[in-house]
Design a protein around this ligand. Structure first.
Ligand code: NAP
Length: 282
């Protein structure tokens, strides 16, 4: 079945389902991306900080799928923001391509305006077909989107049934920005894969918990990038186009939203603590 697309604010079509390679080791990454492409995925989400752009590029080259049929997403790490084009060119080199389809700022820290202006320049030069951000909470997002020439076309955020980001999605819409979910299955946290609500709904359609949770995001116009190193699960996570959740199902799943992160607590300063940790990587 054809993967649906989302039209970004500049008119380009982005596949609504992709394959993410965070925590896929460089040793495994080439095989995983080849498996994903063979399974039917046509969007790959990587990042400078994942240290596997090179393996993603190798897999794309080996796959036999035409470059223009694959939507490649990468992220500029915050230590690179002030390096501008040099950093973007390095990603292109590692990915073995002369353009990426979407490049986003990975974090809302450091010299993010320099990083974003570099993305704008690269966009104008045709090195990237779309630009955006990641981990930009409402305050960061609105500030940046209001003060740049080209508002972000995508914001990639932690989004799953337990943290549905409804309010942020509303703000993004105001700027014509699409919402992309990272950890769309909550990385299995909070008992995601055995959740009784998702499980009961899945039983009605002969679908797994993972499929119900992913389908829910799809029906909310969210772009998803489930990750698995297992080909059978890659297949399962893509096999969500032949059923539809009813209004009642959607309502039950909406009620699972706690509006809390399962990864950090923004308001208790966990993000700041995380940043302090990252400084070691900068
Ligand atoms: P996820 O996709 O929600 O969950 C991945 C976990 O679920 C893995 O442990 C995987 O195990 C397991 N899994 C996958 N499919 C399954 C299935 N059908 N049944 C049971 N278990 C299944 O979490 P994620 O990898 O953190 O997020 C996905 C992508 O989002 C990443 O790869 C990355 O591209 C992106 N991301 C971005 C950011 C950011 O800061 N922008 C942060 C985190 C993630 P196996 O691999 O063993 O199958």
């Amino acid at each position: 079945m054809k993967i649906p697309t989302v039209k970004l604010s500049n008119g380009i079509e982005m596949p609504q389902i992709g394959y993410g390679v965070y925590q896929v080791t460089p040793e495994e990454c080439e095989r995983c991306v080849l498996d994903a492409l063979e399974t039917g995925y046509r969007m790959i989400d990587t990042a400078q900080a994942y240290h596997n752009e090179q393996q993603v590029g190798k897999a794309i080259a080996k796959s036999g799928v035409k470059r223009e049929d694959i939507f490649v997403v990468t992220k500029m790490w915050m230590s690179q923001y002030s390096l501008g084009q040099k950093s973007i060119d390095e990603s292109l080199r590692k990915l073995g391509t002369d353009y990426v389809d979407l490049m986003i700022l990975h974090q809302p820290f450091c010299d993010r305006y320099s990083g974003y202006r570099a993305l704008e320049e690269a966009y104008k030069a045709g090195k990237v077909r779309a630009i955006g951000v990641s981990n930009h909470f409402a305050d960061h997002f609105i500030d940046l989107a209001s003060n740049v020439e080209i508002p972000p076309m995508v914001n990639q955020m932690e989004t799953h049934v337990f943290n549905q980001q409804e309010q942020l999605r509303g703000f993004e819409k105001e700027f014509g920005c699409a919402h992309m979910a990272w950890s769309p299955m909550a990385e299995g946290r909070n008992g995601f894969f055995t959740n009784p609500v998702l499980s009961a709904i899945g039983a009605k359609y002969g679908k797994s918990v993972a499929q119900v949770g992913l389908r829910y995001l799809l029906q909310n116009d969210v772009i998803i990038i489930p990750k698995s190193t297992h080909k059978e699960r890659m297949q399962q996570n893509l096999d969500i186009l032949d059923f539809s959740l009813s209004d009642e199902d959607m309502k039950s799943i909406r009620a699972l939203d706690t509006r809390q992160s399962l990864f950090f607590d923004h308001h208790d300063g966990e993000v700041s603590k995380m940043f302090m940790g990252w400084r070691g990587l900068v």
